[in-house]
Design a protein around this ligand. Structure first.
Ligand code: ATP
Ligand code: MG
Length: 644
């Protein structure tokens, strides 16, 4: 199955901007004349004064990453002002609320909203380099707030609406935000999330924060307590503010935002992204990977609080003059099929989501998909975790009806944008592989000892050279930045992920290097085992981890979630799938059938916790604040105890 190859359907290929020849030319240009190539790519965005130098980066010594350093710009001009001349009346943003409310903002309207918000920030004394925390539900104003920060030269720190008070407090203290923007409540299915109250608690929890003003957006109209002198209702301030706001001219290397990683592997890191390089990377990758067309309706389902939301809800598509869709709701509320309804209603052309969502949608059944008109779709994308070939095929066949290429995109908060992914019309897809690095991306595989692996092989996924979207540092902790990413092999950026490269040069992400399981000398990536179990459709999802084993070094333990809850005799089927697909040496020691897996708030499986639970080390479970639902841990521990 792994070698099944999908070429872009002829109807797609005929209209695509980058065919195989054009891709080859780009690759040649990027390697033969990188300075010129990147300066040309810089022309994708608007500059106050264009850069004359591309990269001045060094992965050794103190590690310095600089791109387009003598250019000046404002990111909001690229996303808004320059489109006013060509497409003022084009819809820039479509918002649909979970209960069916909707809002459409043209580029002219979005520009005005951003200017008003920017003026409110200025009135509060926010200026260049100040940090502003954005803690909002997925409403149009979340995008407006980000662009307003950019407009006044402030650094936005977007905080997920589902964070606990503790998680908020940590990030507020770490980033030193002086103003925060929150809402009364967020809607989440039948529940309401008390954002304002959470923010109050977070601010009360730590003296370390610097927040002096809290702006409050009304979303549900719930009763809230305002603290005089600190809290301001946003609506009246916006109404009074001027509808135009001159943009600050920033240096390319001025930070645009700080964003914390998902925390799958430990304490989240506040990644710092610089204005010029990040904007170029967002525009370049969005255009190439999603084959952007002016009439696209682009729906990236990520919350704006994650890097995927930053780059592919906001900056990439808006820099390219696209139409973005924001949907506030859950995939299956009030009933299964809600997301498909959104696609049909707004004639979405490009749908970009995560394997965790795809697995959940798959679980609902094909008939739910078939009830909706998905004929507007022309391209599908996946990001966040390895996607099993099985889920890939389902996405391709059932959602895309064989008509839409699927782009599996590998990247990280640290990379700012997509690094490894097919250009849909010029790189044939293999289900489960992120395929090839983008033109200009120098990915390499290194052994544990840091030696370069040539050709086919498996190793640690690293980058040999900088790229414009690369994070510049960890906020306030450059030493941690150097240590985390550049100490593994001198002169290389180390991603933390493992990958296999096949004879076509295609990359297959095997999971995080820390999650590699070594059974009797065989190195097994968590993804390999999980893909095997996914071939048995009685399981909705699963996770594999290694625990200490006297004879084998490590033994394999699998946590599998049965699709329909009835668990009798199922464990044996999971073992059979693994033995059949991977081999007898990978037969697990134990299979636990569990109701749920621990996930980060961005939907990734947290294997470090599973390792502890499997090893019965329940005392030191560590930081649970990055989990979407910490109560999963108790249910897991119970299920494991019951199964011995
Ligand atoms: P932390 O760094 O705090 O542990 P995190 O790594 O989950 O959290 P993100 O930056 O949101 O934070 O996620 C990036 C990671 O997600 C990648 O390093 C990789 O492990 C995984 N990932 C993203 N896209 C893909 C993909 N297409 N295929 C496989 N893995 C992916
Ligand atoms: Mg990471």
């Amino acid at each position: 199955m792994q070698d099944e190859i999908f070429h872009a359907p002829p109807a797609f290929a005929a209209q695509a901007a980058v065919d195989a020849d054009r891709r080859r030319l780009m690759e040649q240009a990027a390697s033969a004349r990188p300075e010129q190539f990147w300066l040309e790519q810089a022309g994708r965005i608007a500059w106050a004064s264009p850069p004359t130098i591309a990269s001045a980066s060094d992965f050794t010594g103190d590690v310095a990453i600089r791109w387009f350093a003598d250019g000046t710009l404002n990111a909001s001009i690229s996303c808004l002002d320059r489109h006013l001349a060509t497409r003022p009346d084009q819809v820039a943003l479509i918002w649909e609320g979970q209960d069916g409310q909707s809002e459409r903002l043209t580029y002219a309207a979005l520009h005005e909203r951003v200017c008003r918000m920017a003026n409110v920030l200025r009135t509060l004394g926010v200026g260049r380099g100040d940090r502003v925390a954005v803690h909002l539900p997925l409403v149009a104003d979340s995008v407006v707030a980000m662009l307003a920060c950019a407009r006044v030269g402030a650094v936005h720190v977007v905080l997920f609406g589902g964070f606990s008070a503790e998680a908020l407090a940590d990030r507020l203290a770490d980033s030193g935000a002086i103003v925060a923007i929150t809402a009364d409540e967020a809607r989440r299915g039948a529940k309401r999330v008390p954002l304002k109250a959470m923010m109050d608690e977070a601010l009360a929890r730590t003296d370390a924060h610097a927040v002096r003003a809290l702006l409050v957006l009304r979303v549900t109209g719930a009763e809230i307590v305002m603290q005089p002198g600190r809290d301001y209702a946003l609506a009246p301030l916006l109404a009074q503010a001027a509808a135009d706001c001159p943009a600050e001219t920033m240096s390319a290397e001025d930070p645009l935002f700080v964003l914390y990683t998902s925390g799958s592997t430990g304490k989240p890191k506040g990644m710092v992204h610089a204005t010029g390089g990040y904007m170029v990377w967002a525009a370049f990758t969005h255009d190439l990977v999603f084959d952007h067309r002016p009439d696209d309706v682009f729906w990236c389902t990520a919350d704006v609080a994650w890097i995927t939301g930053h780059s592919y809800v906001v900056y990439g598509p808006l820099a390219n003059g696209g139409t973005i869709l924001l949907f506030e709701g859950l995939p299956s509320h009030p009933a299964p099929g809600r997301w498909w309804q959104v696609i049909a209603r707004h004639r979405v052309t490009t749908f970009y989501t995560a394997p965790t969502a795809i697995r959940a949608l798959m679980r609902e059944g094909d008939d739910v998909v078939a009830r909706h008109d998905l004929s507007s779709l022309r391209l599908l994308g996946s990001v966040g975790e390895p996607i099993s070939p099985d889920a890939w095929l389902w996405f391709h066949d059932v959602v895309g009806q064989g008509r839409c290429p699927v782009v599996d995109t590998w990247w990280q908060t640290e990379t700012g944008g997509i690094m490894i992914a097919p250009l849909p019309a010029s790189v044939p897809q293999k289900p489960g592989s992120a395929t090839l690095p983008l033109p200009g991306v120098h990915s390499v595989l290194l052994t544990d000892k840091g030696a370069v692996i040539a050709g086919e092989g498996e190793g640690c996924l690293c980058m040999a050279q900088s790229w414009p979207g690369q994070a510049r540092t960890i906020w306030g902790d450059h030493a941690r930045f150097r240590q985390t990413y550049f100490s593994f092999a001198p002169g290389y950026y180390f991603s933390g992920d493992g990958a296999r490269r096949d004879s076509d040069g295609y990359y297959w992400i095997t999971g995080r290097v820390d999650d590699v399981i070594n059974v009797s000398g065989h190195r097994i990536g968590s993804a390999e085992i999980e893909d095997a179990v996914a071939t048995d459709h009685r399981f909705a999802e699963c996770a594999a981890v290694g625990i200490a084993h006297d004879l084998k070094g490590q033994g394999l333990v699998v946590f599998a979630v049965p699709r329909d809850g009835t668990a009798d005799g199922l464990a044996g089927h999971a073992t059979q799938a693994i033995v059949r697909v991977v081999g007898r040496y990978a037969a697990p020691e134990t299979i636990y059938l569990v109701p749920d897996l621990p996930k980060t708030r961005s939907g990734k499986i947290v294997r470090r916790l599973l390792r502890k639970i499997a090893g019965h080390e329940l005392d030191g479970l560590g930081d649970l604040s990055t989990l979407a639902d910490p109560s999963v841990v108790d249910r897991l521990v119970d299920a494991v105890a019951r199964q011995g």
